[in-house]
Structures are given as C-alpha cells and as structure tokens.
Design a protein around this ligand. Structure first.
Ligand code: NAD
Length: 287
C-alpha cells in the first residue's frame, strides 16, 4: 500500500457515522489495486450536522467521490449540485461523484437490488413485487424497480413512523412512473399480505427483521410462500435470514441481501472510475 500512495493519488471516501465497521474501504482499495488505478479510499466519521462542512472539504481537497452512509444520506442530497433521477425522487444519496468541483449525488441501493436479482436470473420488468418495509433500503429498491419497469408494487409496513413514507413512495411512483400500479398496506393486515403475496412474482423483506440481533425472526408466515415465488432480502447479516431459509425449504429462488450490497458497491465503482468493479474476484478474495 505505501508504494501505491503518491503525491498524485486521488482520494475517494466514505462519510457518515459510524463508519468503523464498513467493508467499503477494503472493497474499493482492493479494486483500485487490482486494476492498477492511482486511487485510495478512506472512511471519515462525520455527523449529520457536520455534513455541510464535509461537502465543502470534499471540494477543497478535490476528493474524487465516495459513499454517504447513515445518518447523512438525506442531508447530503440537499448539499450536492445535481442529483440522479432516482436520488431526486428518493431525496437521499449514497454515492457522490466530484467532477472538477461539481458534485452529483446518486443512489445505488436500488440498482444493487435489481442487479442482484438479475444475477439470480430474475428481471423485475413486468413483475409484481410485494415489499415489506418503507425505510431507506425499501424506498430505494421500490423506486428503482418502478423505474426499471416493474408492473406492480405492493408496499407493506407496520404502523410506525415509516408508514407515512410508504404512502409517500406510492405517490412518488404514481407521479414518476404512472404505468406502475403502486399501493401501500398495513403489515398488521395479515390476510391482505397473504392475498398480495399469492398474486406476486417477487417477495422482498426490506425491514430490519431477520437482521442480528433479530435473526431467527420473519414477518412472513411460511405457508404464504410457494415454489414459483422469488424471495429476496435486504438483510445481509446473517447471510441467510429466516425468510430466506423458509423460502429455500419450499424450493423458491432466493436472493439474499449480501449480493445487493456487493452490486450497489459495484454500481458506485462504475460511477467513480467508469469501469466494472472486479466484484466476483473480490467476493472470492473476501471468503
Ligand atoms: P430503516 O431504519 O430505514 O428502516 C427500517 C424498516 O424496518 C422500516 O420499514 C420499519 O418500519 C421496519 N421495522 C423496524 N422494526 C420492525 C418490526 N419490529 N416489525 C416490522 N417492521 C419493522 O432501515 P434500512 O436502512 O432501510 O435497513 C433495513 C435493512 O436493510 C437492514 O437490515 C439493513 O442492513 C439492510 N440494508 C441492506 C442493504 C444492502 O445493500 N443489502 C442496503 C441498505 C440496507
């Protein structure tokens, strides 16, 4: 590494708080090195109220681009010079690119979700999705699926502070992708969930349920699943949630969250350096 860093090395970074656990520096530095690119990637712990100063620093230091993580994704979207179509609709960014002082914000979580399904042989175009969740990951994948030609989206959320976001996302999809049928439902209505899953092609868990320390839990009764349903999860810790394990037992095609994480990172890499990330090589290296 010390031989790689020189006076010309361009810097990419992760901004948010906390960032110490992030796998992004390892993944991007591996990729830069593998492809012989004169870049390095560092993580900076930045709180929400420090984000405006961080954006000025990014310009001052000519940081080439990077990722934005919680809790800065929404505030960062208000501080960049331009937004990608999905980032504008969602009002959040997880990626920025600095083009000689002009910063564009992107959101690649939804792109990663769609690509992960594709890697498992499934195209969202023309499909009906039932998505449980209305937080950051859920909104990103709902909007991207709509932009990528999904036929119908049924969004379920429990009656918490996120339910209003489910309704908001439905309105945004109706405005921005009017050919897509979008509806929000209360997760407490289990009969409705069963009915919607029965006519869906793809079921997605985009809540924190199934994630450690709530592993071993699922919001979907296994009797609602059937063999020709595709089941995806955004949760990547554990690698297989209870929902994914239930679906595997029934014989469904499954797409766990780890792939979404990898492909959202690869989509960001493409925006950073204009090249495909050596994603599969990194996956093997990491294991
Ligand atoms: P968030 O805080 O924005 O949203 C949380 C969601 O969980 C909301 O819909 C909320 O209503 C729901 N929820 C919380 N407690 C619940 C309960 N007891 N019962 C039912 N629903 C409940 O979180 P987020 O950032 O969207 O993350 C959600 C999951 O997705 C996390 O596991 C996160 O690690 C994962 N994620 C994965 C990727 C990826 O690339 N694979 C990207 C982002 C997030």
């Amino acid at each position: 590494m010390e031989k790689r860093i020189s006076g010309t090395t361009g810097l990419f970074c992760l901004v948010g708080s906390p960032v110490g656990h992030s796998g992004s520096p390892a993944m991007y530095n591996y990729s830069f090195q593998k492809q012989g690119l004169d870049y390095a990637y560092m993580a900076f712990d930045v709180k929400k109220e420090q984000m405006a100063a961080a954006m000025k620093t990014i310009k001052l230091f000519n940081i080439r681009g990077g990722n934005i993580t919680m809790p800065c994704k929404n505030i960062a979207a208000t501080l960049v010079d331009e937004l990608s179509p999905a980032a504008r609709i969602i009002g959040a960014i997880n990626v920025f690119v600095n083009d000689n002082g002009k910063i564009t914000g992107h959101i690649t979580d939804g792109i990663g979700f769609v690509r992960n399904l594709k890697e498992h042989g499934i195209d969202v175009a023309g499909k009906k999705l039932v998505v449980i969740g209305a937080g950051g990951a859920a909104t990103a994948l709902q909007v991207q699926s709509a932009l990528d030609g999904a036929k119908e989206l049924s969004i379920f959320n429990r009656d918490d502070e996120f339910y209003a976001r489910a309704e908001e996302t439905v309105k945004k999809i109706q405005k921005e992708a009017p050919t897509v049928t979008a509806n929000a439902f209360h997760l407490e209505d289990n009969d409705k969930l069963k009915e919607e899953i029965a006519s869906a092609d793809i079921l997605v868990n985009a809540t924190i349920i199934g994630m450690k320390p709530q592993d071993g839990q699922s919001l979907v009764d296994p009797s609602f699943l059937r063999k020709d349903l595709v089941v995806a999860d955004t949760v990547y810790n554990p690698l297989k949630t209870k929902l994914i394990l239930d679906a595997e037992k029934i014989g469904c095609r499954t797409a766990p969250g780890k792939g979404m994480l990898l492909w959202q990172g690869a989509a960001a890499y493409k925006l950073f350096v204009g090249k495909e990330m050596p994603a599969k090589e990194y996956q093997e290296y990491e294991q």
